[in-house]
Design a protein around this ligand. Structure first.
Ligand code: PHE
Length: 470
């Protein structure tokens, strides 16, 4: 396996793209984006989301990859190196005078917060992946003629039995843990490399099929025609939170992936490619899903949107079971790549800070995750009575983590990179190609990061807070 001074590196250049794109495409694009867009009125939100992806997401993504590449470490050890609490090959910090102990503590706590966020998101992500697995299995059984497939009954059974959800969550986590326990090239790179082409092929077919449904003109109008009056004051924060989630920013994943890059990799271009591809997939996912949703019960909006409406269509549509099996397989492959990205970051942080071998780390975190997953898995049955405002536990968990904690943590990481990291080193990463444009690129990037994206995030959070109390 190739290494860089003992640290793992991607086996091939494609390996990085597969992993980064595989981690970015996920339930965020296919399951979360459509319902968040629907809650915020459709087309106008899609525009807001795309603008936020390129204006805020892209600079943040480059910042995280850069932090990993320059420190050759994952988030927590990279932060420790930056604040001088860990040995480093070259000085990373731009600070001449030592950082005050209070600031050091703050930096460390926020790096920990990011990893905790990763663990919490991974566990609820695993529960939803378990739901996907449930439908994939039931539809496949229906297709093989083993049992009759009924979308409504399948959902009822799933929601009623917490143990079933835990079983499926466990199954998913075992698959993810198994891949991450292997080394980078034989695990993540290889498996995501298999999954991505199948995913892309299926998505293409499904979009084609959805566009032939009679609801597609109406769906396209809703999804693509902007009606700005439908936006609310918390829409901006929701768009930003979703951009971070879908680009896997703020969880330590992209820092870890950046740390595996070879010296010659050109980060701005890598970031741009990942961001563009992910945005295209989100829009395609919307184009695939809205015609389906409009065929069903139009009143259902929220995390259940998908699972309440879509599977029920498959038992009535001609060729629905084949379509359905393709649909859930596509969803499952996407959730697999993303879950692997989340777990890889946790295991890498553990390995680098505590010298825990990859395998033991993967096993330990998988087990821990399974325990944490009890809360979201039981939220639709045993813990159904817990409601916070209008929301059930799972939805509250999603909103709290993605719309609040995530932007704050991502903001902190970008601040460390744009103000604390030695800027001569950072600038070099932008001028690896000799052209003048690449030197200008650095100034644009740092300007946007410091003076445009960060204030917008703060304003978005304030508006969101205002909407909450107002
Ligand atoms: N980006 C993934 C999605 O859209 C979620 C994810 C977040 C994956 C963070 C890895 C790290 O579903």
């Amino acid at each position: 396996m190739p290494t860089n001074n003992g640290a793992p590196v991607w086996g091939t250049r494609l390996g990085f793209y597969l992993a980064a794109v595989g981690s970015a495409f996920g339930l965020g694009n296919l399951w979360r984006f459509p319902y968040v867009a629907a809650e915020n009125g459709g087309g106008a939100f899609v525009l807001l989301y795309l603008a936020s992806a390129f204006l805020i997401g892209l600079p943040f993504l480059i910042a995280e990859l850069l932090f990993g590449k320059l420190s050759r470490s994952s988030l927590l050890p990279a932060t420790l190196k930056l604040i001088g609490e860990r040995h480093q090959v070259r000085n990373l910090s731009s600070n001449q005078k030592p950082i005050a102990p209070g600031k050091k503590r703050l930096f460390k706590s926020l790096a920990w917060a990011s990893l905790l966020l990763n663990l919490l998101v991974l566990s609820y992500y695993a529960v939803i992946s378990g739901w996907v697995l449930h439908f994939l299995i039931r539809i496949s059984f229906g297709l093989l003629g083993l049992t009759e497939f009924d979308g409504a009954v399948s959902l009822e059974v799933l929601m009623k039995y917490g143990w079933l959800q835990m079983l499926l969550t466990g199954l998913h986590l075992i698959v993810v843990g198994f891949v991450v326990a292997k080394d980078l090239e034989r695990g993540l790179e290889k498996w995501v490399g298999y999954a991505m082409p199948i995913f892309a092929f299926l998505l293409g077919l499904l979009v084609y099929k959805s566009l032939s449904l009679e609801t597609s003109p109406e769906a396209l109008r809703f999804f693509l025609y902007p009606d700005f009056s439908k936006l609310t004051i918390s829409s901006l924060a929701q768009a930003i939170g979703h951009v971070f989630f879908t680009l896997s920013i703020g969880f330590g994943t992209m820092v870890t992936f950046g740390s595996y890059l070879r010296d010659e990799s050109y980060l701005p271009l890598a970031g741009l490619r990942v961001c563009t591809l992910d945005s295209v997939i989100s829009v395609l996912a919307g184009i695939m899903i809205f015609p389906l949703i409009l065929m069903g019960d139009r009143k259902v909006i929220g995390p259940d949107l998908f699972f309440q409406t879509v599977p029920q269509l498959f038992d009535s549509m001609t060729g629905g079971l084949v379509f359905g099996a393709g649909f859930f397989l596509c969803l499952y492959l996407a959730s697999l790549g993303a879950s692997i990205g989340l777990l890889e970051a946790l295991v890498a942080n553990l390995r680098e800070t505590r010298r825990v071998p990859r395998r033991s780390g993967a096993i330990a975190i998988t087990i821990l995750c399974l325990f944490v997953a009890l809360i979201p898995a039981l939220s639709s049955n045993v813990l159904e009575f817990v409601r916070i405002g209008k929301r059930g536990l799972l939805e509250f968990w999603d909103v709290l983590l993605i719309n609040w904690v995530l932007p704050i943590v991502a903001l902190f990481i970008s601040q460390m990179v744009s103000w604390r990291l030695r800027q001569d080193l950072v600038e070099q990463e932008f001028s690896q190609t000799e052209s003048r444009t690449s030197a200008q690129l650095y100034s644009h990037w740092i300007f946007v990061l410091r003076f445009v994206a960060s204030p917008i995030i703060l304003i978005a959070l304030l508006l969101q807070a205002w909407a909450l109390v107002g």
